[in-house]
Ligand binder design. Structure first.
Ligand SMILES: Cc1cc2nc3c(=O)[nH]c(=O)nc-3n(C[C@H](O)[C@H](O)[C@H](O)COP(=O)(O)O)c2cc1C
Length: 312
């Protein structure tokens, strides 16, 4: 069983990655994507996208971080991949799943799923650019509008030389609408010989087992489920069915807040705090109550007081 923390642009930033990986259970984490157009970025861009490079490419608790690149220019992708590895990234993940209209208009992310050959070119080029022992992985959806090219896309990624494939079990068209179609993953798993990592709507330990039963793969990537229940990966490993305790969540929220409020402008840190709390309140009644208490508050000082006092 391998459990990966999903890339989540603007949500799972370096601060949240630190906290979530510290709860245990994650084998590695994929960081937010770096969008490659037609040139190699200067080093500082890599360090901004993935501050963990300053720490040997690991989060504070030692979990390896894999940089994610997005783009369709094969040679630019290869050059940036080479530099990312040179700077300490533990492997390279290529994003073929991003649904953003801006990104798709420029033929990046999920729009590439309409053309399996384009996936092959990028993977092949990146594979050749980085040392053989460095993992090259890809992340895709089931398709763009539908699943017609699903197996062809998976084959193209394998043929290009990828070591692993993560699939978010929805098409681009399906966005984030539930349910995730885990049964489709079984078809992909049978069609390829590289490991398949299942992704999409694993919110609980029971979901993990249901996903494994339908997809046939023990390996999963957790995104929003881990954001809402920070110890989910740990509980999956322990087969621990008890729910995440609010005491833990509250402690982590305090840690997160006092971390970000010192490094971000007030408006940004308040926004990030509310963004996480907005996810947490979907499963924790206490988070909902705290949300109601602080939702209109904009001052850090007052938030310090309200969050610290709020224990139950
Ligand atoms: C806020 C947000 C940002 C995301 N950013 C990325 C990204 O940068 N790269 C990527 O491959 N997927 C991204 N995703 C998709 C997730 O990695 C994952 O595939 C999706 O959320 C489904 O998994 P989940 O149901 O476990 O959250 C993002 C998802 C969310 C909610």
């Amino acid at each position: 069983m391998r459990i990966v923390l999903a890339p989540m642009e603007g949500l799972a930033d370096v601060h949240l990655r630190r906290l979530l990986t510290a709860q245990g259970g994650f084998d590695w984490v994929v960081c937010e994507f770096l969008r490659v157009v037609d040139r190699v970025y200067p080093r500082r861009v890599f360090f901004t996208a993935c501050p963990e490079l300053e720490n040997g490419g690991r989060t504070a608790c030692g979990t390896p971080v894999r940089m994610q690149l997005l783009g369709s220019d094969a040679s630019a992708m290869a050059a940036n991949a080479w530099l990312a590895v040179e700077l300490g990234s533990h492997g390279i993940d290529i994003n073929f799943g991003c649904p953003s209209k801006t990104v798709n208009r420029r033929n990046g992310g999920a729009s590439m799923l309409k053309d399996p050959e384009s996936l092959y070119r990028v993977i092949d080029s990146v594979r050749r650019a980085v040392p053989k022992d460095v993992t090259v992985s890809a992340k895709m959806r089931l398709g763009y509008d539908d699943t017609t090219l699903m197996l062809e896309n998976a084959h193209a990624i394998e043929a290009g030389g990828a070591d692993e494939l993560t699939v978010h079990a929805r098409t681009r068209q399906q966005g984030y609408a539930p349910p995730a179609h885990w049964h489709e993953l079984a078809n992909i798993r049978q069609a390829i010989s590289i490991p398949l990592i299942a992704n999409g709507d694993i919110w609980t330990v029971a979901d993990y087992h249901a996903c494994v039963a339908l997809s046939g793969t023990p390996d999963v990537m957790l995104g929003r489920g881990a954001v809402r229940c920070p110890d989910l990966a740990h509980r999956i490993r322990q087969r621990e069915l008890a729910e995440t305790q609010w005491q833990l969540v509250h402690k982590l929220l305090l840690d997160f807040w006092f971390d970000i409020r010192t490094v971000m402008p007030e408006k940004d840190s308040v926004g990030r705090l509310k963004q996480w709390l907005n996810h947490l309140r979907k499963v924790h009644p206490d988070a909902e109550a705290l949300w109601q208490t602080i939702r209109t508050e904009k001052q850090s000082r007052e938030l310090d007081r309200l969050i610290t006092q709020y224990q139950h």
